[in-house]
Ligand binder design. Structure first.
Ligand code: BGC
Length: 836
């Protein structure tokens, strides 16, 4: 079916039918419309995997490495393959529209969704996102570029008013979205925040440049609950309000249309876009339900394992300590709570449920099986933070099966529904019967240790907790937020203590009321008695000392890296820095693995011989990391974001709005490495940095002597493998202009390409530079302009290590509108730009 064939379908719908389509039918679905042969579309998060319609730990998904890790691969082929895998997962779960990728930028390392965004650089973000979009859509599933635009932090995200100058908006923050549109993305999600005083679900930016100048012909879906006004949003380029069935458009759009307050053409355009999206995903025409299958593809696991090593960044490798020669090892000490409780993904709407997790300890043990002895010591006592009960710790009192019993009760306490669940963290029960007034989680719990246990119930409203028949918590906790993540996904925990005896099973009952608007999410969690930190550390130190090699895994927690709030500090959780220092002192042959989705402060980084950044590595974490540690795979990652040595050094940090609710991007285009270059300070590790297992000499850079305005060109960089094994090098090209009539970053990334070579062999990286790279946005002329004259091209291995340079002259002449729009766009369509 073509666009022309979709058009008559519009005529079959009356105003009420059209308007009805523009608000969701439920949390994750749109309305069906039999008159147009349209079935309901199912949307789902994204981006770490495809969760599907249910937020239920029994419905597992393949879990990818965090987007930071994916961007670190600088590997578009891999991204496209992973996108195709996401499409297979989406089809398996009956999902038509995947709410990914996230194209906001790493403006501050404190951003709570940093792990979910790709990079601090617009070009790398745009190319990575575009590759993922192509992969997802190759499987007939829509990708959604989100959150358009300016949602680069979480503090007050529903209301914050982001202010930035027009050049920064065009050249930095809009650029990745422009690249996604150029890649043909079928959906864009408008953000919660405001830009220049207008909430993004009613922003003029949706029309211009998104729809007209860039030619986006897909659907603009709101962020969940993001459409808060009737008329402004309806008159803007906002197309679909999610979720439903309620909302300002469901309530008032039909009347507004009939009264002429919203033009018919505006509503028709929204419906036309919805129908076009439906056609693209196969939801129009004869009933074509998306195929559903129960199990994830086996081949996907191998790809996910490869993605772990492809994104892992080797920050330091003194004396070539890595890779470890397994055959030369007798013993390895694995240390750190994250070696067993690995964080595979960040928190919030991106979260999905893995069917299995390979921990770093398991991965190392597997590769050393029969070769060397592996000992494990956490090195730190239990955190004291209550973790949800689960299959490993509790039983359902009704059938004795591992897990918990969840019941929905009416106002008198009578059971309306009961189900067995595998986790004490319930985002939603599988049904919500009419009249449900309370959620109860009930479990049998056999403590492993005697002493004071900390218990917690998460949720809102009237809450109580009974342990072994004694009420230990009772109170009312009124809703204090309208952020959907805090209300529905990760409600606050309320704690109490109870003395328990090891081995004596007790029944635990948590209850919360269901007041309107407070969601259903309920959590029952527990933490064992506080352990002895000195003893834990001493055990780890002894194990490290006795082993040939120590591997320490440190990282962040679910609390620190999550949607809904920004981080307060870059520090690792308490005790981890001291643990690393103690282990390195005990055994100089120590590898430190960092398990975090975003930068953390590593005050000891120059003291450790080998430092490997694993990010949130997804479900195959341990196998992928062991591949790197023992040299089955080269660490392929290069930093997508600059890492500071200390938080105080970070040039752009603040994420909180001012007293008037405004967040000023006062640094303009100078974020990430551009900010570091401007400040003159040196970070711990530059954007682009990452070591492989071989060495490279940068031998020659050649580029055309001159280029016309707006014309793409190739830069050739010859590198030679100077090491002893085959390797892959990511060759990066930056652009600078010393004397310029306009303000520019000291330098900016304009292209990259990876090459592979055998030892001694040289290879030429052909780096395509887009015609837009030399141009800047002219607010006065509302177009792209190229300054005539000399620019410098710099080639090398990171923003701070660029041994090769060449001069290129931009010839006077008009920028050509058809070519060279940002990041490889095929259509620009801006008014004809001029050249100075
Ligand atoms: C997030 C989006 C997400 C949506 C649906 C929102 O709170 O900002 O990224 O897609 O929820 O879960």
């Amino acid at each position: 079916m073509t666009d022309e064939e979709t058009e008559p379908l519009l005529d079959k719908l009356d105003a009420a039918q059209k308007v009805r389509l523009l608000t969701g039918a439920s949390t994750w679905r749109t309305h069906a419309e039999p008159a147009a042969g349209l079935r309901a579309l199912t949307l789902s998060d994204g981006p770490a995997g495809v969760r599907g319609e249910a937020w239920d730990e029994r419905e597992t998904s393949l879990v990818l490495p965090s987007p930071t890790a994916l961007a670190a691969s600088w590997d578009e082929r891999l991204l496209t393959d992973l996108g195709a895998l996401l499409a297979v997962e989406a089809r398996r779960k009956g999902v038509d529209v995947l709410l990914a990728p996230t194209l906001n930028l790493h403006r501050s390392p404190l951003g709570g969704r940093h792990f979910e965004c790709f990079s601090e650089d617009p070009l790398l973000t745009g190319r990575t996102g575009a590759a993922l979009v192509r992969g997802i859509q190759s499987g007939g599933v829509a990708a959604t570029a989100k959150h358009f635009v300016g949602n680069d932090a979480e503090t007050d995200r529903l209301t914050v008013d982001v202010r930035m100058d027009e050049r920064t908006l065009r050249e930095v923050y809009l650029a990745p979205f422009e690249a996604a549109v150029a890649a043909g993305v079928w959906a864009v999600m408008s953000a919660y925040n405001k830009v220049d005083g207008v909430t993004m679900s009613a922003s003029p930016l949706l029309a211009h440049p998104l729809k007209d100048a860039w030619g986006f012909d897909g659907l603009v879906v709101s962020d969940w609950g993001g459409v808060r006004t009737l008329l402004d949003a309806a008159r803007s380029g906002q197309d679909l309000a999610m979720p439903g069935p309620d909302g300002p458009w469901a309530a008032g759009l039909l009347a507004a249309l009939e009264e002429g307050l919203v033009p018919t053409g505006a509503v028709d355009d929204k419906v036309r876009r919805l129908l076009r999206l439906a056609r693209r995903v196969g939801a129009l025409g004869p009933d074509r339900p998306a195929p559903r299958t129960a199990t994830a593809p086996e081949a996907g696991r191998a790809l996910l394992r490869r993605a772990v090593s492809a994104g892992a960044v080797l920050l330091r490798n003194e004396g070539g300590m890595l890779p470890l020669d397994a055959s030369a090892l007798k013993s390895v000490a694995v240390v750190g709570p994250h070696a067993t409780a690995v964080r595979i993904q960040g928190g919030g709407s991106a979260e999905v449920f893995p069917e299995h997790v390979v921990t770093p300890l398991a991965g190392i043990e597997r590769q050393l099986d029969g070769v060397a002895a592996v000992t494990y010591r956490p090195g730190l006592p239990e955190s004291g933070r209550p973790e949800p009960l689960g299959r490993d710790r509790s039983r359902d009192p009704r059938d004795g099966e591992p897990g918990v019993l969840v019941r929905l009760l009416d106002a008198r306490g009578a059971e309306l529904h009961a189900e067995h669940r595998l986790s004490g963290r319930i985002v939603e029960p599988s049904v919500r019967p009419e009249g449900a007034a309370a959620v109860e989680i009930r479990a049998l719990f056999r403590p492993a240790e005697s002493g004071t246990w900390t218990w917690a119930v998460g949720g809102w409203g009237d809450i109580s907790l009974a342990v072994d028949g004694h009420e230990v918590l009772a109170g009312t906790f009124p809703l204090d937020s309208d952020d959907p993540t805090r209300v529905h996904v990760a409600p606050p925990l309320h704690t109490a203590r109870a003395e328990l005896t090891a081995g004596r099973e007790v029944e635990v009952v948590a209850l919360r009321s269901l007041a309107p608007g407070t969601g259903v999410a309920t959590v029952l969690a527990a933490a064992p008695p506080a352990g002895d930190p000195d003893a834990a550390l001493a055990e780890a130190v002894a194990a490290a000392r006795a082993a040939d090699v120590a591997v320490v895994v440190v990282g962040t927690t679910e609390q620190s890296e999550s949607e809904g709030h920004d981080r307060e500090s870059l520090d690792l959780p308490e005790g981890q820095d001291a643990l690393v220092r103690a282990v390195v002192r005990a055994n100089p042959r120590t590898v430190v693995v960092v398990n975090a989705g975003a930068p953390v402060a590593l005050p000891w980084h120059t003291r450790v011989p080998a430092l490997l950044l694993a990010w949130f590595p997804g479900q195959e974490a341990g196998d992928g990391l062991a591949d790197v540690l023992f040299g089955r795979a080269e660490p392929g990652g290069r930093l997508p974001t600059t890492w500071a040595a200390a938080q105080d050094d970070v040039p752009v940090l603040r994420t909180a709005p001012d007293g008037a609710g405004r967040l000023h991007y006062a640094e303009g285009p100078h974020i990430g490495y551009r900010a570091w270059l401007r400040s003159g300070a040196a970070p711990a590790y530059w954007f682009g940095h990452g070591l492989g297992y071989t060495g490279w000499a940068y031998e020659e850079l050649t580029a055309p002597a001159a280029v016309g305005a707006g014309e793409p060109f190739d830069v050739r960089v010859r590198v030679r493998n100077t090491g002893r094994r085959r390797g892959r090098e990511v060759v990066q090209v930056y652009l600078a202009r010393a004397c310029s009539a306009v303000e520019r970053p000291v330098r900016k990334l304009v292209g990259y390409a990876a090459v592979e070579a055998e030892p001694g062999e040289s290879a030429v990286a052909v780096v395509r530079v887009d015609g837009r790279a030399l141009a800047h946005w002219s607010p006065g002329r509302r177009g792209w302009e190229t300054e005539a004259g000399a620019f410098t091209l710099l080639g090398g291995r990171s923003a701070g290590d660029l041994p090769l340079t060449a001069r290129i002259v931009a010839r006077p002449g008009a920028d050509s509108a058809g070519k060279g729009s940002g990041n490889g766009s095929a259509h620009d369509g801006e008014r004809s730009p001029l050249v100075l």
